[in-house]
Design a protein around this ligand. Structure first.
Ligand code: HEC
Ligand code: HEC
Length: 112
């Protein structure tokens, strides 16, 4: 079993591990107007879960600046292989794909 998969199994099997994380869930809504237009709500980002799967320096500062709201992320950039869509992340078989909008965005405001 590879290390990331093992870590994921641990996260799922031992919720108490989450207590070791430095940061919890982050609400990312710097692009809220654009999100509303697209019919999705803010992103609830499980930073804690990602801390258990990767080392800090796998994301900071190369993929994400270590300050909320400074990254100027867009879905186009995610889809172009930046940020959440970086190599081996949500553009790859290692994680759920970008088209499952409500895995990341709340469905607040989604038209039924
Ligand atoms: C899988 C990628 C990933 C990993 C691993 C990761 N982070 Fe982050 N981190 C993020 C993202 C995404 C944000 C939000 C950035 C934004 O809002 O623009 C963030 C935000 C932050 C912030 C800003 C918080 C704030 O309120 O401004 C700090 C500090 C931070 N991370 C520290 C860490 C530390 C310390 C670790 C290791 C224990 C770590 N991160 C691991 C992706 C990651
Ligand atoms: C893997 C997580 C993830 C998935 C899946 C995802 N998004 Fe996003 N999305 C984000 C993040 C992160 C941001 C930037 C949040 C911020 O910085 O405010 C974002 C921003 C946006 C924005 C505002 C910026 C822009 O590009 O205009 C829209 C609109 C958006 N997403 C729509 C969607 C739609 C529609 C889907 C499904 C087709 C989707 N997203 C799927 C994570 C995701």
């Amino acid at each position: 079993m590879n290390k990331k998969l093992l870590a994921l199994v641990l996260v799922l099997a031992v919720p108490a591990f989450a207590g070791a994380a430095q940061y919890g869930k982050m609400t990312l809504d710097s692009k809220i107007e654009s999100m509303k237009k697209a019919g999705v709500g803010p992103v609830i980002y499980p930073h804690d879960k990602h801390e258990l799967l990767f080392k800090c320096n796998e994301c900071h500062p190369k993929v994400f600046k270590e300050k909320r709201g400074l990254n100027d992320m867009s879905m186009k950039m995610n889809m172009d292989g930046k940020f959440c869509g970086s190599e081996n992340c949500h553009n790859s078989p290692n994680a759920f794909p970008l088209y499952i909008c409500t895995n990341c965005h709340t469905n607040v405001g989604v038209k039924k």
